[in-house]
Each structure stands twice: as structure tokens, then as C-alpha cells.
Design a protein. Sequence first.
Length: 328
Amino acid sequence: MNELGRDFQRRGHRLAMEEKVQPWQRLTDYVTLSVRVRQGSASSGKTTHGDMQQWGAYTGGALTSRLAYFAEYTGYDRAIRTGRSDGFQDAYLQYADAPTASRFRWARVGRVYPFAVYDARAGGRVALSRPRILSERMGGFLPELQRRSFGISGGLSQRGTGGPNIEMALLSTGDSFASRADTYLTLEQNFDPNGSGVTLLRRDGFQPGRDSSDRYSQNGIFGRFAREAFFFSGAFLVGEGKDSARRLRQPTGGFLEAARNIRTETTAFLRYDSVQSVSGSAGPRTEGLALGISQRIPNRGRAVIEFSDNFRGSSQRGSVLLDILLMY
């Protein structure tokens, strides 16, 4: 997701030049269907047979001059590691006081996670797999950054002024929204029109399924350097909380990713992941690499082949995935 994509998302899935609400004359202007087929294998002996991995529908856009919506519904999702899940993913109503201006305030309510996580390569990524610090529980007990929850968020967007972008969120932990909620604060500063920039993140909350004394906190920094032909991104996160034995832990983790356009529609990528379960250099660490090529299918999706290897701290070794995503 480049700078144009991030700006489009925050304006309520519209461009700054769209002063009028487009009429609902064609359903295809607002709805996209997607089907994913995947073939994979691993050197440990586990093999996933080629089949339909996922199907879903996306819909979004402006409802009025200031109101917009977005919803992503997954009818079937057989993830490689997390088992089957389906239902709504992102689904929210969004308000912006001046969606065509360079500087505007916005708020949304529904099933969300912070926009900053998309900026950190969780959405619109070139790679097939997501960085571990975004998609997994750090230390085995910190909630995933990509964990969608019902809640409210709001912020200030200054993408056309050079100023920082601010986002605050209050998201339910799934028990009681009033008394058990995660809080997020992100501060993002862009450096150029390509989308290079730095994002700072702070979150506090309760560990799911635990009592009210089991709180956690997490701080992080995300960076990206973007040009027309290549892209670099990375992040480092440090958290604090109690593990299942009620011991205080401070897991850390990070990733570095590079992408290079070989041709207009073809991109090669390489990512290094590292997660340490507890603080200190002697703590258990998981490290891995992901290497692949992404081929865009014009106006219809993309195909990705990715090799990944957790060369330290994990039994999952040498997996290869071929993933084809078609959208209509």
C-alpha cells in the first residue's frame, strides 16, 4: 500500500478529488469478490494439498459527503496455521469532517484495528506472509497487533500539509467493552510523497481470557523508505506482561523487509523476522527468512511464490507456498 492507497483508506475509500458521492448505478463499483487458491509443502513432512484457501467479499465507499463505510466478509478461510475462521473481518462506519481537504478529522466505529498496522505492511503487502510481530502473539501472550476488535477510533490526518497524522483507538478485549478495553495511540510522520516515514505506537490493555490484573503494554517504531522501483520497511516492538505462569516478561521482536520491482508487474521481496520471548540476550529467540516473487495479474489479482525458513527456534522449516488471488 503506497501513499495514495493510505490516503484513499483514511478518506473513507475515496480520493481527495471526489467532491460528490458517486451514485450506486453499478454494484461492481462498490463490491469486489475474491477467491484464493494455495498449494504448499514443508520439509518437515507436512503437505497442504492444492485447494481453495479462501473466498470473501469486500465492499466500501462514500454514503454521503462525510459518511463512508467498509466491510470485508470472509465466507471461508482455511489458514495454514490458525485453522478455519470466517465472518466479518474489518467492518465499520466512518465519518470525516472534510474528506476532500488536505487536513481533516475522522472517526470510525465497528470492527477494526488501527490504520497504522496497515502502514506497517500488514495490508497491501508485497509478501505473501505477514511479519511475525504483527500476525502472532509476541512471547505467546501479547495479543496480535492484527487482532480485530469492536471499538471506536479517531484521528487527525494531515497528509497534504506535511504535519503528523495522529490516531487514537479504544477497542474491546471481547469481555466487557466498558471495563476491559485496549487503548492505542499512534503518531505518524511522512517524509516525502512516496510514503517514506516513521510511525510510533503505544498500546495498553488486558490479556484476553485473563483476570483484570493481567495487563500488558507495548511500544513500537515502524519505518519505511519508498521509491518507485524499490521499498524498504522495518519495525521493532517491545512489550511487557505476564505469561501463563504469571511471570513478568518483556518480549521483543522486529522485522526488516526489502522489495524490488524486477519489471512493472513483477516484484521480488526478502524479509527477516526475529522474535524473542523474554528480555535479555539469553532468552529463547525465533528467527526466519521469507523470500519470494509476486506477479500482478492486471485488474484481477496476483500470484505469489514464497519460500520461508525458520532457521532458529522453530520446528517449522523450509516451507514453500504458491498463492493465487483472483478478484472480480
